[in-house]
Design a protein around this ligand. Sequence first.
Ligand SMILES: [Cu+2]
Length: 106
Amino acid sequence: MKTYLLISVFLILLLGACSKSSEPGQNEVFIQNMSFNPSSLTVAQGTTVTWTNKESVTHTVTSNTSIFNSGSLSNGGTFSYKFNTVGTFPYHCSIHSGMTGTIIVK
Ligand SMILES: [Cu+2]
């Protein structure tokens, strides 16, 4: 009986840890469910933004104005870019045209 209780507590803690890591941090974008999450992110000038592909489908993070391009990102792949200029920077996935996002630098 005690063992079941311990296993239950362990599983609850494990679930808690998993749900925490499934949310992107302040300067992070997760690629999941065939979309960028968040699709619009506002950061301060000089911030490095990191994208992480959270699913098994290959994606890219490609600037609409060609200022950055991650190339193919497989599951777990990451890409970082430092935004030194104030402005609005739209990007997309070059494999899936419906996937778009924007970084706003203030
Ligand atoms: Cu894609």
